[in-house]
Write a new protein. Structure first.
Length: 422
């Protein structure tokens, strides 16, 4: 464990010093680290405020013999530990946070009686504040929820940006690739499951556009191996267990070139991992294109591995295309390499609606059954509110075969999900 921490902290000591001070024995999930980070920030702000408000008390503390224990220190440590324990319980799972944010959206709408009372007791606000307040009052529940999620993401980006320098986050910083998704699925041979996924990326001014911070909650194997979304368990309607399959993560990425980047991060339980990613795309002709992705990854449990993805696309028209997608992952856990392939037609309606029909197959070379599963998948994607709240519906029929099965099973599967982009 000490060697793993040394390997991660050695890449960027300034970044991971905070993570090192927050780690503790028995940590089971990255949400514990977030909880300790939030409480530490709150106590620092409170201590700074006390020093500004009561400077004579701060001067008195400097004259006290540091070798003697002080009762105020014991009380402060006790309050800190109690607050951290409470924060750990609140932040234990990201989907709990998503529910809290959704419920917090209700706070943006108050009853007319409350607004009338506030109007009698508070002075008139400046015109700019009144316009902002009017916009918030006109928001409905969904708009308020998205605004609060984005405000939280911006607040977190500001705090992380301060770790690396004095340049403010507003000076060129931004939150991108923000996704909050909720999904439910049922499969005849695997039962039903629900999952919550969350991810965001922060471009920080203090890192001079050469690095970025990312965090969220994803499937652990797919996160580390950089598996294409087409072949994720979520898209194949396979069951996911939050405790066993999903994990929280936090990391730092470095943009070496336009198509090469390095990523170093930690996932649940303070487990380090690293990735080197290469991505290129080519226009072969007016209607044909190709994309190549190569990811070399490392994790403490089984060392090095790699994932290769090759995609080919032929456009019949601006709204109709044939796509052939392939991926292969090599690790110490696989006999040979695990592979997946799909070919299908994709039809767009406007800029935001998509209908696709695909044939899929997956397996593992060197195993008793080379083709572990094949099937067909029909998918419909469209916005249900504005252009940032999307609904997805999937119907599939699959023929899986396990290592000990003599014949293939037949299984229907359905799934539905909502994704909010911010």
């Amino acid at each position: 464990m000490d060697n793993s921490r040394t390997a991660v902290y050695g890449v960027c000591p300034r970044c991971f010093t905070a993570a090192k001070t927050l780690s503790f024995k028995g940590a089971q999930d990255l949400s514990t680290v977030f909880a300790r980070l939030f409480t530490s920030l709150l106590f620092k702000l409170k201590e700074k405020q006390n020093k500004q408000t009561f400077p004579h008390l701060a001067a008195r503390r400097t004259t006290v013999d540091p070798a003697k224990p002080r009762r105020t220190d014991r009380r402060r440590i006790g309050r800190t530990r109690k607050a951290q324990r409470e924060a750990v319980m609140i932040c234990r799972r990201f989907w709990h946070f998503a529910l809290v944010v959704a419920l917090a959206g209700c706070a943006g709408t108050t009853s007319p009686h409350v607004r009338d009372n506030d109007a009698r007791t508070t002075p008139a606000a400046p015109p700019t504040q009144r316009l902002a307040g009017a916009e918030h009052e006109s928001e409905d529940f969904v708009d308020t929820t998205r605004r609060k999620v984005r405000e939280f993401a911006h607040w977190l980006g500001e705090e992380v940006n301060d770790w690396f320098g004095d340049k403010p986050f507003a000076d060129g910083g931004k939150v991108s690739h923000g996704r909050l998704g909720i999904r439910a699925s049922w499969r005849e041979d695997d039962g039903s499951s629900t999952s919550v996924r969350f991810r965001a990326r922060f471009d920080l001014p203090n890192l001079k556009d050469k690095a970025y911070v990312f965090f969220g909650q994803e499937n652990e194997r797919e996160l580390i191996s950089d598996q294409p979304e087409t072949f994720s368990r979520e898209q194949q309607l396979l069951r996911e267990r939050r405790s066993a399959d999903q994990t929280g993560f936090l990391g730092l990425g470095f943009n070496l070139r336009d198509y090469v980047d390095l990523r170093v991060g930690v996932r649940g339980g303070i487990k380090p991992y690293a990735q080197a990613r290469y991505r290129r795309s080519w226009a072969l002709s007016a209607s044909n294109s190709a994309e190549f992705r190569e990811t070399v990854f490392w994790r403490a449990s089984d060392g090095l591995g790699s994932t290769t993805a090759i995609n080919l696309e032929h456009a019949y028209s601006p709204s109709l295309a044939l796509k052939w997608q392939n991926a292969a992952t090599l690790t110490k856990e696989t006999d040979g390499f695990a592979w997946s392939s799909s070919i299908g037609m994709f039809k767009t309606f406007g800029d935001t609606r998509l209908l696709s029909l695909e044939a899929l197959a997956s397996g593992e070379t060197g195993a008793e059954t080379d083709v572990g599963e094949y099937g067909i998948r029909l998918k419909w994607l469209q916005p249900v509110y504005r252009d940032w709240l999307l609904a997805e519906f999937i119907v599939g029929h699959f023929w899986p075969r396990g290592h000990e099965d003599r014949e293939r099973d037949r299984s229907w599967a359905v799934g539905a999900g909502l994704e909010m982009r911010f």
